[in-house]
Write a protein that binds this ligand. Structure first.
Ligand SMILES: [Zn+2]
Length: 254
């Protein structure tokens, strides 16, 4: 797991492949148990449930999961009894009334983007792949966050496929140009740079970046690299919900 600050009041946590009980093709590095957190990738559901429970015990708050469909639907949880799952959407916003909960986004190459206001009272998790970039899920989520808070909003993005690895057809790369996200691979073919697109869509919102490419760095699940594989999570957690030991570990990271 890695972590960084989203805003003064909230941290982002990004799980890795390591530290769970999943077996190949959702396993961890070097034959260890994998921390696959997705139910839709063919992994044993009992293993996924055990992995999710292990993560919740470590992090503190109850985790709220989305059924991601590469769209631009934003769901907003304002009911204090927000359920563990919110159905089909690609962005989840948690309002200040919902305590002890953290929104979660699942990825394996797509970008996990977390949003939080200054105090960390409003949180969001957003799934930004190529489809989400084109569909505007991130600006849609940002608008909903701003409806719930008057404070400045901050963002963090976790490990995702980089602009030198995300090879696509020329047509898609050209389409990405409108979002400032056209790039080329290391061997000169058309590609998409998700991070560049995300920066553009955040329109100046301060962004903390975990600089890691899922394809190149085997600590994370990568669909491009491995095909059938697990998913890791990006989580937005209020500082007050983080257990002291985790808080000390995370604060040492900066
Ligand atoms: Zn890369």
């Amino acid at each position: 797991m890695v972590s960084c600050r989203i805003s003064p009041g909230a941290r982002a946590f990004f799980t890795s492949r390591a530290g769970g009980v999943s077996r190949p093709p959702c396993g961890g590095p070097g034959g260890s148990g994998g921390l696959n957190l997705a139910l839709h990738v063919g992994d044993d559901p009992a293993d996924v449930v055990a992995n999710r429970a292990r993560l919740e015990r470590t992090l503190g708050p109850g985790l709220v999961w989305m059924d991601q469909v590469h769209g631009n639907t934003v769901r907003v949880a304002v009911d204090p009894a927000a359920a563990e799952a919110v159905g089909e959407c690609d962005a989840l916003v948690i309002g200040p009334q919902v305590t002890g909960r953290a929104p979660a986004v699942l990825v394996a190459d797509c970008a996990p983007v977390l949003l939080a206001d200054e105090s960390g009272s409003v949180l969001a998790a957003v799934h930004v792949g190529r489809a989400g970039l084109f569909a505007g899920v991130l600006p849609a989520a940002l608008r909903r966050v701003r409806e719930l808070t008057a404070e400045p909003v901050h963002a963090a993005v976790g490990p995702h496929i980089c602009g030198r690895c995300y090879e696509v057809g020329a047509e898609l790369s050209e389409r990405a140009r409108a979002f400032g996200a056209a790039s080329t691979t290391t061997h000169g073919t058309p590609a998409i740079d998700l991070l560049a697109g995300i920066r553009g869509q955040l329109e100046g919102v301060p962004l903390t970046v975990i600089d890691a490419c899922t394809v190149e760095d085997e600590r994370w699940f990568s669909y491009r690299r491995d095909g059938v594989t697990g998913r890791f999570a990006g989580l937005a957690v209020r500082n007050g919900d983080t257990p002291p030991a985790i808080r000390r570990w995370a604060d040492a990271l900066g």
